[in-house]
Design a protein around this ligand. Structure first.
Ligand code: OSB
Ligand code: MG
Length: 366
């Protein structure tokens, strides 16, 4: 196969509810969709999910768009390849920038699956099954609002709840949820917020709440500090920001830094890298589950296909479209039915992008 032309569509899609982040309030999801055209006229689509600011990891939306335009697209265009696993080697001279690489690599997988006339989950060796999903909550104005939202999510069919925590907003809301829902699969995500030594004492309290896991208490490179905490805790530590490669999994396993991994296709550079991480972490006895980045419909469909793999049993951060958006850029939208999402059925990632809605910019690369 050979990619002859790549289109970039930038989008800004309003969130249903504003999001509080450390950089202030976000009211929209910004992303780019890359459309790869191969020599036979088949297309493949991939979503760039880097966030607007470098507050989750270093890479962010404008640097990722620039990396793709300046470095990755010239390395991909007009090169001959047979399987999408070969795409990574074209980018080998470019360090890091995994989200940028993932946008094109995942588009190549979609293109390949469409050429094969198969749904992507079949190409990946997955099984078509209902995908049980969890929901992620940010900081809420009051505990009673939070409890009501958790109840609504359970009624809608979400089978696991994750709460974003930070020093001062942790044991209070988590213990309130635990009290209201004693058997709920509940977990916390700190996004590296516990930087000071005195913040640590809280983890002993959190260890009494029967949490499924606690995600990323400390900084992205703090393997040994996470290991020290894991030794003191019954609750599994889950690493997100820390894990970018198979080597990171091996380091975490050798040191005992975690027992679970939040795997995100964008954070590790796409499908081929994610498959290798999934295999290594599973062999090391870790629980791996699929994380999210408030994806639009292309990224969400991709995540649904990847979730068909047998190892991914724990519910992912993979909500229905209407969790974040009133309208999306693809059809069909992801709808919750009987407590699960279905993998889109047709070939490739199984969704069609409608370029007229929410588009802010366009570029063509030849
Ligand atoms: O830490 O898992 C995270 C979203 C963007 C960046 C980082 C994270 C998240 C989420 C949202 O937690 C999960 C979702 O998409 O529902
Ligand atoms: Mg996380």
């Amino acid at each position: 196969m050979k990619i002859l032309r790549i289109e970039q569509f930038d989008y800004s899609v309003p969130f249903l509810h504003p999001f509080q982040t450390s950089y202030g309030c976000t009211t929209e999801k910004q992303a780019s969709i890359y459309v790869l055209h191969d020599e036979s006229g088949v297309r493949g689509v991939g979503e760039l999910d880097a966030l607007p600011h470098p507050d989750y990891i270093e890479e962010y939306l404008s640097t990722a768009r620039a990396t793709i335009a300046t470095y990755l697209i010239p390395l991909l265009l007009k090169k001959e390849w047979h399987r999408p696993e070969e795409i990574g080697a074209f980018f080998a001279g470019i360090q890091g920038n995994f989200m940028a690489k993932a946008a094109l690599e995942t588009a190549a997988w979609d293109c390949f699956a469409r050429v094969q006339k198969q749904p992507l989950y079949q190409i990946l060796g997955g099984t078509k099954r209902p995908i049980h999903v969890g929901i992620s909550f940010g900081i809420e104005s009051s505990i009673s609002t939070l409890i009501k939202k958790v109840q609504t999510a359970i009624d809608q069919g979400y089978t696991r709840v994750k709460l974003k925590i930070k020093p001062g907003y942790d044991y209070g809301p988590l213990s309130a949820i635990r009290e209201a829902f004693p058997s709920l699969s509940l977990m916390a995500d700190a996004n590296s917020a516990y930087q000071k030594e005195e913040d640590w004492t809280i983890f002993r309290q959190l260890d009494t709440l029967q949490l499924a896991m606690i995600e990323q208490p400390f900084g992205a490179r703090e393997f040994t500090r996470h290991a020290a905490l894991q030794r003191q805790m019954h609750t599994p530590i889950c690493l997100d920001e820390t894990i970018r490669s198979v080597e990171d999994v091996q380091t975490a396993a050798a040191l005992g830094s975690c027992r679970a991994i939040n795997l995100k296709l964008p954070r590790v550079g796409g499908i081929t890298a994610a498959q290798a991480i999934l295999q290594e972490a599973t062999q090391q006895g870790m629980l791996v589950w699929l994380g999210g980045m408030y994806e639009l419909g292309v990224g969400r469909a991709l995540n649904l296909h990847f979730s068909s793999l047998a190892e991914l049993i724990f519910p992912g951060d993979l909500s229905a479209t209407n969790r974040y958006f009133a309208a999306d850029i693809v059809t069909p939208e992801a709808k919750m039915g009987q407590g699960a999402l279905m993998i889109p059925d047709s070939i490739g990632i199984g969704v069609t992008v409608h370029h007229d809605k929410f588009q802010t910019n366009y570029r063509l690369f030849t």
